[in-house]
Design a protein around this ligand. Structure first.
Ligand code: SAM
Length: 280
């Protein structure tokens, strides 16, 4: 039984990192005229209404996107991401936040296609209702890990695959690795964007090295750690993105914005970032 609800976390520091990477990769891939498939294995609601008065302990967006909103010294490289958030909040009041499906679908051109998977029935209904008018966006209430097999390789031979599990169940870590190994066999040239939590849990701490053990042809790893690890418990103190076949612009763009983001989103003085890549 799934109990994770992304609505409680929408717009937090982890969403900022994953969506900055997503928007940059999408924009780069859409520079080429040939059609692109966007595949989102864990779609969520599509977009979120931000609670203006969140209960104590649930004010995650206030320490995330709200710290970038109306920031006068915003690095230019973050502008395309912020511009997507602004389109949902045209009066300048930050009330809504786009999820990955909304960010990606708004950028699609007529020949492109989006495949969105969401397992939780209630969330799926909200997601599907949003894209009813957009026939190039196909929403399915199914397991995104399993569905990926049937979609690869994409018929246009160009694809961005966004994998953003909640890691609510421990088996998500192994399923992610198995799914990626299979996906790379089917479509080695795909651009895979994988989000992972930085928490004090063996499966999470080992994940980056296990991802590298898949021997991806080209890869990039980035993390944003906003505070020191909790003295006890599994609380999220940062998050990461592992990208296989990253777009050429990502290392430079992240190198520019990560130090700024680590300062701006810091919850204590230990906030820091990681950026590693191998792009032969
Ligand atoms: N990608 C979204 C975004 O960036 O806005 C957020 C996704 S949220 C972290 C993870 C979502 O995956 C949840 O809505 C959860 O219900 C859903 N989910 C969990 N297991 C799933 C599975 N095996 N297949 C598809 N969706 C799943």
């Amino acid at each position: 039984m799934l109990s994770y609800r992304h609505a409680f976390h929408a717009g937090n520091h982890a969403d900022v990192l994953k969506h900055v990477v997503l928007v940059e990769a999408m924009r780069y891939l859409l520079r080429k005229d040939s059609p692109l498939w966007y595949i989102d294995t864990h779609a969520g609601l599509g977009q979120y209404t931000l609670n203006p008065r969140p209960p104590a302990g649930q004010a995650e967006w206030l320490d995330g996107i709200a710290r970038l909103w109306q920031e006068p010294a915003l690095p230019a490289a973050l502008e395309p991401y912020l511009a997507r958030v602004r389109t949902l909040n045209p009066d300048g009041q930050l009330r809504r936040y786009p999820g990955s499906p909304r960010l990606a679908a708004d950028l699609l051109r007529p020949g492109d296609k989006a495949w969105l998977y969401e397992l939780l029935g209630k969330d799926f209904e909200v997601l599907q209702a949003q894209f009813r008018e957009q026939p190039q966006v196909r929403c399915t209430a199914a397991d995104g890990f399993a569905a990926l097999k049937g979609l690869l390789p994409p018929t246009p031979r160009r694809g961005l695959i966004f994998i953003d599990p909640s890691y609510e169940v421990k088996s998500d870590y192994q399923r992610l690795l198995d799914t990626l190994a299979d996906a790379l066999d089917r479509f080695a040239g795909g651009c895979y964007l994988v989000w992972y939590p930085v928490v004090q849990r063996a499966e999470a701490l080992e994940l980056p090295s296990r991802l590298l053990a898949l021997q991806p042809p080209r890869w990039l790893r980035t993390e944003l750690r906003v505070k020191s690890p909790p003295a006890e418990g599994y609380g999220l103190y940062g998050s990461g993105m592992f990208v296989i076949n990253p777009t050429w612009t990502l290392p430079g763009m992240l190198g520019e914005v990560l130090p700024w983001l680590a300062r701006r989103l810091a919850m204590d003085e230990s906030a820091t970032h990681v950026l590693q890549f191998d792009l032969p």
